[in-house]
Write a protein that binds this ligand. Sequence first.
Ligand code: M6R
Length: 613
Amino acid sequence: MCGIVGYIGKANAPKVLINGLRRLEYRGYDSAGLAVLDDDQILVAKSAGKVSVLNDRARTQWPQELFNRVTTGIAHTRWATHGPPTEVNAHPHLDKSGDIALVHNGIIENYRSLRARLEGKGHHFFSETDTEVLAHLIGECDKGDLFQAVCDALHQVEGAFGIAVLSAQEPDRIITARRGSPIVIGVGDGESIIASDACAILAHTQRVIYLDDNDIAIVTADSVDIRDLNNVPVTREIAELGMDAAATEKGGYDHFMLKEIHEQPEALANAIRGRLDHDVGSSVLAGMGTSPRELAELTRVVMIGCGTSLHAGLVGEYAFEDLADIHAEVQQAAEFRYRNPIIGNCDLVVAISQSGETADTLAAVREANQKGAFVMSLCNVVGSTIARETGRGVYLHAGPEISVASTKAFTCQVAVLLMMALKLGRGRRYSREDGIKLAREIGSIPDLVSKVILQNDLIAKIAADYTKNEHAFFIGRGPMYPVALEGALKLKEISYIHAEGYHAAELKHGPIALLEKGTPVIALACDVPGKDKTLGNVEECRARGARILGIVTEGDHETAECMDDFITIPRCHPLVATIPAVVALQLFSYHVARLRGCEIDQPRNLAKSVTVE
Ligand code: M6R
């Protein structure tokens, strides 16, 4: 979604800002803009479309010398909410005087009433955005102290914001603040970088400060002064990013998605390393922050998430019930707080989120905290809001996931959920002997995944026969059912083929009406409990002319023969098998999308981190 970069220091600001925006491109956006401070006046360049278009625009609009002299500015990539992705709606927006520029992530919910009030006072608006209203409001509140003006304006605002504000009258500072939308400040040597995502800071420094909700900071080249909205100073620690800039490059792959699929053996090894205790057949997940007694007292596990993270939770549901004999369920994060969930202090609520910033999941975390549940998170992005608000949790250690389509985060989420279920299971019904066996299987996941990735060329060849269809169905049973959902999500989001995931038994309750000659049905037919019934459903589809691609277990020739095409996964525990199976579907979707010429890493309309409800 939208991205913010701000810079104040000694370097060429437009260059730093454009490079920062490029680092945020993966988040998804449809227009971009920047404002720089030149001789105490604000200059703005904006464009619809990509950051490269903005760069060209700025270079034709501004003289070359300007690029060498300006050292302060703010920039933005916009994912349209209020008004289409046009140049006029792009950020930064100026106040009435043109002396104040603002970039904003989030949504100002009461912008209509604020706009009407300001119009009554003679303000004229050029865009359809909520952000321009906030820019004017700050200008209206400005009585010669920008910091105070921003505080006063934010007191009148309802909704979510991450902002950076520049004023021609106070050129030595940028004011930044957050409520519900992340802001990170990079503390460099004689320079400061503000961003909505640490990826934009990496090239400058590893030292960062994460703002908390309702924090507002005065950022200069040499200092960061943080207060709350009532002007009371607050202390925020400087943290080390510990991120490698190379991890955010394509590294020779055509797309981040392909790179991230190939990174999975290593990502999974990192997620698992040091977390399995092979002697007692359990796992060591210190971040859960639970004593064995607390674990024993839990009566239910409730997982919350959206999209791919929700699907990981669905696999977790099977794992907790199978291994730990504990009631487990997954709830759609967007619904959680609107349905009065029955949650209490014997419930373990697990918030699953790659980014740790998804607005719906964050709101669900707050609701679960409110209800006194034992809340923990399963995030990838270190220092993200959900990770910080839950206080306890397990990081995935999958490394930066840049492609909008989630791949390595999903497999690492499932691996960590399996380890959690194993831990809970060992405290309940699961025997040491079974625990040791499963720990060994979990430890082998990176190798299982490598074996699937070795079939990349074969999968690419199979994919070539599935590029012309406009509809596809994915079917599975048991823990392979969520894998079918995830496979369908992967295919639809990057190839724009309409794909549906169904429980294999559900197909004949309606969707089978859509099958016709050649409709692809991708069947999760691995040799796990329920396979024979899935094969029965495959026959029902074949009888209606469907073309069947099976995900089958290595050596299961009989099943492979039932398929028009097949991809194999190694034989392993049924829950563990979900991971290699999904990797096969990730590669399949990737190749179908590539052959259809789709823009894989940044699919249309999608954002990497969905920070609005
Ligand atoms: O960062 P999160 O895991 O909270 O994101 C949740 C979803 O937005 C995300 O998984 C989305 O569905 C992906 N694009 C799927 O590939």
